[in-house]
Design a protein around this ligand. Structure first.
Ligand code: CA
Length: 233
């Protein structure tokens, strides 16, 4: 089993058998494990040790998991939290998720299932951080922020339209590769809008005015004759 990179998991659970079983399985997979049998102490540990994932029991001797979950979430908006509970009713699941948990496992559970859920949470986290990173990128001397639909050029902020942002994002995802007009139309405008190849060309003209130093001699948004366009960041 490949090591999941020293990721640290905090288990907040008061049943020693469950803690022991989980700890063994997680350590076997390469995770480092911290644990606490009390909610308040667990919240404290989460603050001091900043684990990468938290497994939180719902019924703890010093309070209920929903409250601790809210405190954990308040402390750290991003850390994945997986709740453990003996209950299986829908309303408990909803309450768990509303208190900030990312996922929910009902006791009795198999360790294999829990590990799979933890791996899925980590996958989701890394996808989210990749997505966040891909929302900001540079093209030549300008910086594009796709989330706020703005482009920063020589300290000046210009706004981008929805289609301009989508077009830049697509070209940037495929940087240095030609992207055909047909593909651009298909992915950005879809079939329903009934756009034409001229639509793409018009947006390219607008983008060049914002991105290029000299729009008539583009260095970043290049035409690939008879095919489409290519972004050279
Ligand atoms: Ca318990």
């Amino acid at each position: 089993m490949a090591s999941p990179t020293n990721k640290r998991i905090l288990i907040i659970e008061d049943e020693p058998d469950i803690v022991r079983g989980l700890k063994d399985a997680l350590e076997f997979e390469g995770y480092r494990v911290l644990s606490s049998g009390k909610g308040a102490e667990g919240v404290q540990l989460a603050r001091s040790d900043a684990p990468d994932c938290i497994v939180l029991d719902l019924m703890l001797p010093d309070g209920n998991g929903y409250d601790f979950c809210q405190q954990l979430r308040h402390q750290n908006a991003l850390v994945p939290i997986l709740m453990l509970t003996a209950r299986s009713q829908e309303s408990d699941k909803i309450r768990g998720l509303e208190s900030g948990a990312d996922d929910y496992v009902t006791k009795p559970f198999s360790v294999g299932e829990l590990l799979a859920r933890i791996r899925a949470l980590f996958r989701r986290m890394s996808r989210l951080s990749e997505e966040a990173a891909s929302e900001r990128f540079r093209v030549g001397k300008v910086e594009v922020d796709a989330k706020t639909h703005t482009l920063l050029r020589r300290g000046q902020s210009l706004s981008l339209s929805f289609y301009e942002v989508e077009l830049l994002k697509l070209l940037h995802e495929r940087a240095n590769q030609p992207v055909s007009r047909d593909e651009i139309l298909d992915k950005i405008w879809g079939v329903d809008c009934n756009p034409t190849n001229r639509t793409v060309d018009n947006f390219i003209v607008k983008l060049r005015k914002k991105v290029e130093e000299r729009p008539d001699k583009p260095k970043h948004i290049l035409t690939v004759y008879g095919f489409g366009y290519k972004l050279v960041p």
